[in-house]
Design a protein around this ligand. Sequence first.
Ligand code: PLP
Length: 399
Amino acid sequence: MRKLNTIWANATDSQWNNWRWQLKNRIATVAQLRQVVTLSDNEEQEIEQCLKIFPMAITPHYASIMSDSESDCPIRMQAVPDIQEISFRDCDMEDPLHESLDSPVPGITHRYPDRILFLVTDQCAVYCRHCTRRRIAQRGQQVLQYKHIEPAIEYINSRKAVRDVLVSGGDPLTLPDEKLEYILMRLRAIKHVEIIRIGSRIPVVLPQRITRSLCKMLKKYHPLWLNTHFNHPREIVPESIEACTRLADAGIPVGNQSVLLKGINDSPYIMKELVQGLVKNRIRPYYIYQCDLSAGTGHFRTAVGKGIEIYENLRGHTSGLAVPTFVIDAPGGGGKIPLFPNYVVSRSDRKIVLRNFEGNLYTYTEPEDLSVYKGKTCTAGNNKTPTGVAGLLHPKTRG
Ligand SMILES: *Cc1c(COP(=O)(O)O)cnc(C)c1O
């Protein structure tokens, strides 16, 4: 994918394929950007203005898959600043998901009973223009330092209910192997931590980072899962495929979380091509997010109905494996809330009328015997009364 007519014309293959070289040679200024894509004088000035507020960083790899002429190229729109970024909207927030506000120790957000979000770095390979954590990755508001690792691990160690740790950032794969391994080793040593998940866009924006030695290290800490972030089928190129294949071959199930972005992927056709391209490469579409209300991302937001329409175009029309869940991460820290088209058309005490993806109606007759499971033979778990709406449904809960 390397283009030879650019500022990197003199780079050797071994430089190009080296992730540290890629990081060192990122595009961060208009002068560098100008050598890779066509910019009008006006665009140059606008980008300069944006850079005063939010920085830019584009790896040579990600720049190489960008169109040099179309300003609406979906790769370019995710990486090159747009003047609309600095006209904030009333609903914009620094920390829309209350991750820092709801944080018991720096780097930790403990929103759900059995799992935790652990931000281990504020560094990223590319600064996505739609970033939900730009307060951290692009503004250094809560600068995550390595000294925060110990108290965070201590916290996880003290919470016996935490069985799933989501290591994110920033991008955790920007850390050198040794630092990342130290964190994984410490987490793996905690008895109640059953699974570790890594959230990283590196396979898409810096695939050279997914080296054989990284995979060899990661596989020592199984069960380990990784969720990455492809937003457009054009990001599925030989390099990113190779990175994900290496991860999958190391036994790491790879999932994908996309963000719905206006003018980039807010089309059922593009999304279908994306999810099918992902499963073809053993990447499981996990979530499609409604774009968060983070500062300066208003121009990317789509109507909520667009996500429902995309789901309608996938469910039944393609492999169930390729259908992600559409979610809104609730502003103010409510967590992820899934949204679906309505499939229940009507119901009585004995029947439920459903519609399928073709719009045909079907009736399912419910059982006559509605006596409930008494749980006498159930030995799983500790039978604690659940919390939340599940708790309201519990037979012992009074309304
Ligand atoms: C997304 C998220 C999780 C993980 O949610 P899943 O639905 O289990 O993938 C955990 N904690 C926080 C704070 C999150 O934002």
